[in-house]
Design a protein around this ligand. Sequence first.
Ligand code: SAM
Length: 286
Amino acid sequence: MNLPDKTHWFTEICEEHGSAISFRIRRRLHEEKTDYQHIEIYETTDFGNLMVIDGFIMLTSRDNFLYHEMMSHPALFTHPDPERVVIIGGGDCGTLREVLKHKGVKHALQVEIDERVTRLSEHYFPELCESNRDPRTEFLFGDGIQWMKDAEPGSVDIIIVDSTDPIGPAEGLFTEDFYRSCYRVLGDTGLIVQQSESPLLHYDSIIRPMHSAMQAAGFSHTHTLPFPQPCYPSGWWSATLAGKQDVTTFRDGDAENPGFTTQYYTRNIHQGALAMPAFFLKSHSG
Ligand code: SAM
C-alpha cells in the first residue's frame, strides 16, 4: 500500500461510515481549547486555510462558498421580503457575509456560542469576515437554544442554523423543542434553514428525523436541498428548509438578477437543488 506520509496530512476519520477525508498540510497555524471545543487551524497546500473543531472539518478557504451560499440564498429568495435574519452558530461568518449581500436585509443577528471561532476566523479567514462591520450586523456570543426560547414571537423572518454536527452544544439544535421555539419566533411567512449533513450517510439518522421533528413542531412544509461539499464526509451535503408556507417556490426573477455575485448559487442551481433524489421521496411533504 502506498499511504501518504501522515505528518503532512490532516485526516478526519469517519469511523462509522468507513471513510476519511484528508488535506495535505504545510503547517498547523493555531490550536486552542476553548470553554466549548478544541479548535485547530491548518495551512493546506491546495485548499487555503482549514478550520477543524473537535477533530471535524468545518471549512476550507477554497470550497466554503458552496456551503455558505446554499445555507443562505435559497432561504432568502424563498421568503417574500426577508428583513430580519438570525444565524445560530455560523461563527466563521461566511453565512453572514452571504446574507448581507441581500440589500433588503435590515438586521442580521449572529448568535454563536463560542466567540473564539469568530475571532480566529477574522484572523485566518478575513475574506469571510468582510461584512462583520456592516451596520446591519449584530453579534451575540451565547447559546442559540436559550436565545430562541427567550426571543419575541413573530420577531424574525429567517432563522439559519449553521451549526456543528448534532453533538455537544449543537445537539439541542436538532430537536423538536428547538423547532417549536423557532416556529414561535418566526412570522407567518417565516422560514428556517438548517445544515442537515450528508444525504448519502445521514438520510435515515438525521435528515428524515429532522423532517419529522420540524413537522411535529408545526412547520407544514419541509424540503431538503442537496449540494456538493468536498471537505465534508461523502462530499455531498444538504440544507433543510422548513416553513409555515410552501418552501419550493422562490422569487426566481430576483434570483436570476440578484444584484450581487456568487460563485455557485444561481437561479437554476436553486431550481435544480429542489429536485429530489428518488430515495428522498418517501418522507418529503414539499
Ligand atoms: N459549516 C460548519 C459545518 O457544518 O461543519 C459549521 C460552521 S460554524 C463553525 C458552526 C458553529 O456552531 C461553531 O462555531 C459552534 O461554536 C456553533 N454552535 C454549536 N452549538 C451552538 C449553540 N448551541 N448555539 C450557538 N452556536 C453553536
